[in-house]
Design a protein around this ligand. Structure first.
Ligand code: AMP
Length: 214
């Protein structure tokens, strides 16, 4: 399947994407993960992206489109892809549309995961992430077995730099101003599936129903 996952930070895009990869082998492509990897590795890309990310601002459209043009041409994308955190602005959505037309590919749908603001805030302030493998934990509902250590890979589990209260509040404002307009964009394209749900299972069920998957 070829899907876009839309939704505020903390809406559950990554969790839903991970579950969907198990259905048909589609790959999860998270621009946030790619950028965090580049920052950790100290590459040119990482150096360009780091300050904006730390403040909860968006990285430039040009930088993101450069990454995605390369990524979508890789072999593993032939099985399908779940775009998690991309596109995030109208110019990115327009550039993606043009790119997919050039590649002769069509999206199945753009899924908006609509979660109340209180739930988002609670999730983001209690979320912890493994810096090695990206596994997500929650200090209240799903802590690692050993504090600060990833169950899967043993890497350090920490609060992300952009999950301070100030950066979270900025990320939510940035979402409302720059990314929320994509909901109308994809509605006009006839591709929108909007799901109001706080459980990833309910989101998966709605996607399966829309795509006719049993
Ligand atoms: P995420 O993990 O998706 O919340 O992304 C973390 C941060 O990476 C964002 O707050 C942005 O600074 C940056 N980022 C990720 N994806 C994009 C994108 N498509 N466009 C611009 N910036 C992005």
């Amino acid at each position: 399947m070829k899907l876009i996952l839309l939704g505020a930070p903390g809406a559950g895009k990554g969790t839903v994407a991970k579950l969907l990869t198990q259905i048909d082998g589609s790959v999860q492509i998270s621009t946030g993960d790619i950028l965090r990897g580049a920052v950790a590795a100290g590459t040119e890309l990482g150096k360009k992206a780091e300050a904006a990310m730390k403040a909860g601002d968006l990285v430039s459209d040009d930088l993101i489109m450069g990454i995605m043009e390369e990524r979508l041409k890789e072999d593993d994308c032939k099985a399908g892809y779940l775009l998690d955190g991309f596109p995030r602005t109208i110019p990115q959505a327009e550039a993606l549309k043009e790119l997919l037309e050039k590649m002769g590919e069509k999206l199945d749908c753009a899924v908006e995961i609509d979660v109340p603001r209180e739930v988002i805030l609670d999730r983001l302030t209690t979320r912890r992430t493994c810096t090695e493998c990206g596994e997500i934990y929650n200090v209240k509902s799903n802590p690692p077995k050993e504090e600060g250590k990833c169950d899967k890979c043993g890497g350090p589990v920490v609060q992300r730099d952009d999950e301070t209260e100030e950066a979270i509040s900025n990320r939510l404002n940035v979402y409302n101003e720059q990314t929320a307009p994509l909901v109308d964009f994809y509605r006009n394209e006839g591709l929108l599936l909007s799901v109001k749900a706080t459980s990833s299972e309910a989101v998966i069920d709605a996607i399966k129903e829309k795509l006719g998957i049993n």
